[in-house]
Ligand binder design. Sequence first.
Ligand code: FE2
Ligand code: FE2
Length: 198
Amino acid sequence: MDSSDIEVPRLPLTATHPKWIEVALADLDAVMADHLHCERKAAQSALSMVRAYPDRPDLVSAVARLAHEETSHVVQVSQLLARRGVTPRFDLGDDYVRALRARLRGQDPGRLVDHLLVFALIEARSAERLALLGQAIQDQEVGQLYRALAAAEVRHRDTFVRLALAVGPSGEVAARLGELAAREAEILARLPIRPRIH
Ligand SMILES: [Fe+2]
Ligand SMILES: [Fe+2]
């Protein structure tokens, strides 16, 4: 089946609760500190795929390039925090990502597909929320930064979906994406609304 015939769900499946942006704006420093760690973990997770799948050259070059971009986001968010005079705290851990990762199948190629789809879901949710911040933050320069980061995460979402579809079979991958996207929406709905990216 040609992958252009496949119905791929639009991510994220659900919109963030409207209360989230209020909570986020009320403690932007906490959100930005969490954001720093999200960008770092995105870079690390992408590179971990090189360790796990060195035999897939297309995957390796795509995720290495992506990790490079995520690292540049770490620099941008770190400089933003410094300009705001915020000393970021240590990483609080991420129960959202843990709950998603608990859904990974145990055996390849299903595990690889699930990994890539979970990364796509995290990118999609991050993109949605960074865009909300980009619209809501009053400071022009900071708003612009968040809109640019949101656009980058949308591209990353699409990269991961494309990589997963390439593992194939694409019809099954798209169906699996629908399942995991529904789980993502449930996980998010269960978590408290808090001044964090997820
Ligand atoms: Fe990023
Ligand atoms: Fe990203």
